[in-house]
Design a protein around this ligand. Structure first.
Ligand SMILES: Cc1ncc(COP(=O)(O)O)c(C=O)c1O
Length: 385
């Protein structure tokens, strides 16, 4: 931070990643690369399984508790509010199991929302008789106004992301949460495409559930993610019953003294076998790195990068995108007049420039490993195409 309180961008951190110089990886929203430190932690973790006598009963708990606290720190929650969920679909299944709706109520989602935050609600609608609603994409990219206009007394649940996964279109979650509270609706957020790169404060928003996969903006492994559960929801019923979630499970000799009580807080919602000895150290190393950089600093860094790409794409090539004030700073969806040229994705890949196509947008999602040269490579291909 400078003396005036401005956040200074991070210099490129490419040396912390195993990315060859000729690769321009601008695709964090797809799968992030693991930092070298996380890879080393994972190799060490996997090796431990080759020597199980080095794994003590306490090890089933210590690393996961450290990770719970690290993740909680990113969203201003307490460690007690965090459960382990291997996928967003799993986290949302826990949420759906604990949100009772009636047939006179509505579930609000956004058009073209990621399926893991859609199918659980279609299923809940089918089971409860509630109506599933998909808010159409607004022409002015103002998702917040479009959503707020539909929240009324019949709304039982709003299930949305923090930013749209196709193009970064941003929602004002505090305004959405206030509207939910006013009508007594639950709020479930899929923050997979934001937490780790965009500040999200559960104390300010007060959502019911927030699900986050770790393999994108948390720079973590596949199949180890998180579910924030609001304190008022922590007496809910989990979808599965694993031994570790019960009280006193640290006492392996006493496990058959079956307990009705659960471990504290959101731990009852933990997925079975969550003490994943290979992957838990990986996510721990990644979360430590993100905490050191700090999420506001990552956001400042990536906002500068995506704004520069958006402005140049528009000025040099007439390519559009969601206006800067309506999109998350780490996320860019480029819109080509007349659609994405069919040969462009293959041309980019042939030149080792990695982006992705989702919906109508070409998603360009950089991170702190990217350099100015990566951006030059992207524009070099755009120009030839
Ligand atoms: C917005 C969003 N949510 C969730 C996921 C992953 O969902 P899951 O963990 O259920 O596989 C993705 C993957 O692309 C995503 O973009």
């Amino acid at each position: 931070m400078t003396r005036s309180g401005e956040i200074t961008p991070l210099p490129a951190q490419r040396h912390l990643f195993d990315i060859p110089d000729d690769v321009a990886f601008l695709n964090c929203a797809y799968i992030s690369p693991l930092p070298k430190a996380s890879l080393a932690a994972g190799e060490e973790g996997l090796r431990r399984k080759g020597r199980p006598w080095t794994i003590a009963p306490a090890d089933f708990f210590t690393t996961s508790e450290a990770v719970r606290a690290l993740f909680a720190g990113l969203i201003n929650a307490s460690a007690d509010d965090i459960a382990f969920a291997p996928a967003v679909s799993y986290g949302m299944a826990q949420a759906a199991y604990n949100i009772p709706l009636t047939k006179s109520q509505k579930i609000l989602t956004l058009a073209e929302q990621f399926p893991s935050n859609v199918y659980p609600w279609m299923d809940l609608a089918e089971r409860s008789g509630a109506t599933f609603v998909s808010v159409p994409r607004p022409a002015d990219d103002d998702w917040t106004t479009a959503l707020l206009a539909r929240i009324d007394a019949s709304t039982g649940l709003v299930a949305v992301p923090h930013c749209h996964w196709t193009d970064g279109g941003l929602l004002d979650l505090e305004a959405v949460a206030t509207a939910c509270r006013r009508v007594g609706a639950a709020l479930a957020i899929d923050a997979t495409q934001s937490v780790g790169a965009l500040p999200l404060d559960v104390k300010r928003i007060d959502p019911d559930f927030v699900a986050v996969a770790s393999y994108k903006w948390l720079l973590g492994p596949y199949s180890l993610g998180f579910l924030y559960v609001a304190p008022r929801r922590q007496n809910g019923r989990p979808i599965e019953h694993n031994w570790m979630a019960r009280r006193d499970s640290e006492d392996f000799a006493g496990l058959v003294n079956y307990k009705d009580e659960f471990q504290a807080g959101a731990r009852r919602f933990d997925v079975g076998e969550r003490s994943n000895f290979a992957l838990m150290p990986v996510v721990e190393a990644s979360l430590r790195l993100i905490s050191e950089w700090s999420v506001p600093r990552i956001q400042t860094t990536l906002r500068l990068r995506t704004d520069a790409i958006a402005e140049r794409a528009h000025a040099e090539l007439g390519i559009g995108s969601v206006p800067s004030h309506r999109r998350a700073g780490h996320y860019l969806g480029l819109r080509f007049a007349g659609g994405i040229p069919p040969e462009l994705p293959a041309q980019l890949a042939a030149n080792k420039v990695y982006v992705s196509v989702r919906g109508q947008a070409m998603r360009v999602t950089p991170h702190v490993w990217n350099t100015d040269e990566d951006v030059e490579r992207l524009f070099a291909v755009f120009r030839t195409a």
